[in-house]
Design a binder for this molecule. Structure first.
Ligand SMILES: [Mn+2]
Length: 348
């Protein structure tokens, strides 16, 4: 399913009118921004800088991880925390346009959502998550897009501004493409994704530098933590072609784990022969945060939505639980027999 406002002449001229008359613009990503949330939002931010609006601000609902802090203009991101709340609320209130990138559920704005929903601004949603909520005025949405960054690129092209994509914009968009496709490995890696990547390289993007910045810039303790989780906290259930990883709050503290350090660990489960689904359960901030990954047609978005107050994509989803870590894992394990057949049916 898709919803591109640029393909509806009325909506497109409405948008162009809004953009022409806008003075204050706010761009936002979802909470705990990942490479694509940051890539798409900063990419759009860099692009919009060309228009010299009175004010242009990136407000993130929460702090962001170190591995994306090197990105162009990351230092200008305002984090919606206690200290910045008054400033951020003012900017959101005065905004003519608010862009919402890489999310289409208001809950992913966390505490920032009240200000955004109360603001009279027009909201433009650019996203690729399933089942979008209808809080936006215009949508540039494609559930099958690899990333929100791919959509930002295509939107800029649709609007006729391809020549305004500079190296900063290109670097941000490339980072989003790279991270949300698992380094061009996931099934969403379409010919279009590679064509965009090629165009970005022609603008001057340096893929090896971006890869180093993203993946080879870890504190020693992060690798020790990974080693610990893989050797002590991973359970393989071959009968269910499932892998389970758990991390307690105590362990996070012991390894001085920071926002984003647990990012991606869940993917290691899928490296085991025959595994179709991997899930990580992390005890954090008084709840259990869960990430699910799967391959082929097995949908973890359904499990996340139906049992763990979450959602996402078919092959990558998230949820939460207010049971204890042990009880949450038990709940998940007890669900597995219901999925055994579907799991068994998936190709190797
Ligand atoms: Mn994304």
């Amino acid at each position: 399913m898709t919803d591109f406002f640029t393909r509806d002449n009325e909506k497109l001229s409405q948008f162009n009118e809004w953009l022409k008359n806008a003075h204050n613009i706010v761009v936002t990503s979802h909470q705990n921004p990942d490479g694509d949330a940051f890539g798409s939002t900063l990419g759009l931010f860099c692009f919009l800088k060309k228009f010299n609006f009175k004010s242009l601000t990136f407000i993130s609902p929460t702090d962001y991880a170190d591995f994306i802090a090197w990105m162009p203009h990351a230092e200008s991101v305002i984090v919606y925390n206690q200290e910045n709340k008054t400033l951020a609320d003012g900017l959101i209130n005065d905004a003519d346009l608010v862009f919402c990138l890489d999310y289409s559920s208001v809950s992913r704005m966390k505490d920032m959502k009240e200000a955004v929903l109360a603001s009279k601004s027009k909201k433009i949603v650019i996203d690729h998550h399933e089942q979008p909520e209808r809080f936006g005025d215009l949508y540039y949405w494609d559930q099958h897009a690899s990333s929100a960054s791919e959509l930002v690129y295509n939107l800029i092209v649709d609007l006729g501004y391809k020549d305004k994509i500079d190296l900063d914009t290109a670097t941000c968009i490339y980072t989003g493409l790279l991270t949300d496709t698992g380094s061009f490995r996931f099934p969403s890696t379409s010919p279009g994704v590679h064509r965009i990547a090629a165009e970005l390289l022609e603008i001057g993007v340096n893929p090896s530098e971006i890869n180093r910045n993203l993946f080879d810039n870890n504190p020693f303790t992060k690798l020790q933590f990974l080693g610990y989780v893989l050797s002590k906290k991973m359970t393989h259930l071959p009968d269910y072609r499932t892998c389970i990883l758990t991390v307690s709050e105590k362990e996070l503290k012991k390894y001085d784990s920071k926002t984003g350090d647990t990012e991606g660990i869940v993917n290691y489960g899928l490296q085991i022969e025959g595994v179709v689904m991997s899930a990580i359960f992390i005890e954090k901030e008084g709840m259990i945060k869960i990430s699910f990954r799967s391959i082929h047609d097995f949908s973890v978005a359904d499990i996340a939505r139906d049992y763990f107050e979450g959602g996402g994509h078919k092959n990558a989803a998230g949820g939460k639980s207010y049971l204890s870590l042990e009880q949450t894992v038990e709940k998940f394990v007890n669900l597995l027999p219901f999925y055994k057949k579907t799991l068994a049916l998936q190709p190797k």
